[in-house]
Ligand binder design. Sequence first.
Ligand code: FES
Length: 163
Amino acid sequence: MAESHEVQRRDFVNIILVALGSVISLIIGIPAIAYLLSPAIKVHQEEAWIPLGPLDSYPLDEPKLFSYTRTTVNGWEKTVSSFGAYVWRFGTGESDVRVYSNMCTHLSCRVTWKEDSNIYFCPCHDGQFNTEGDVVAGPPPKPLYEYEVKVEEGVLTIKHMEV
Ligand code: FES
């Protein structure tokens, strides 16, 4: 009879120890698992406003390239990408400005502004775009991407979108 009580007490102690171990494991394990998984389930921002400096610093009637980088985080992978935006001021007013991506809409080569012929030229397949970003020659299927712009306190800002 005494041996039976001994066994029951030992079983009870074992059950309590297992329960305590499980609770401690959960207390430590859940935050650790959440920490490890959080990058994979985190929603990252695809758009952002990028300041390009004072609007007055850009020349009139001559598209000027502004380069910037963006860092994107996808799970545990961090990627730094570079982008180019051509700022074209066609007047002195704050709304007299257009900003185009320098990425060709054919196969994403980088276009350059050719002052002598007033075109954006893509060296990959001789694509050409006019000052307004419209296709004038070559295989590009659509105009250059035009950024949404705003000017606040004289500073030109563009809305970056993955294009
Ligand atoms: S990538 Fe620009 S014309 Fe083909």
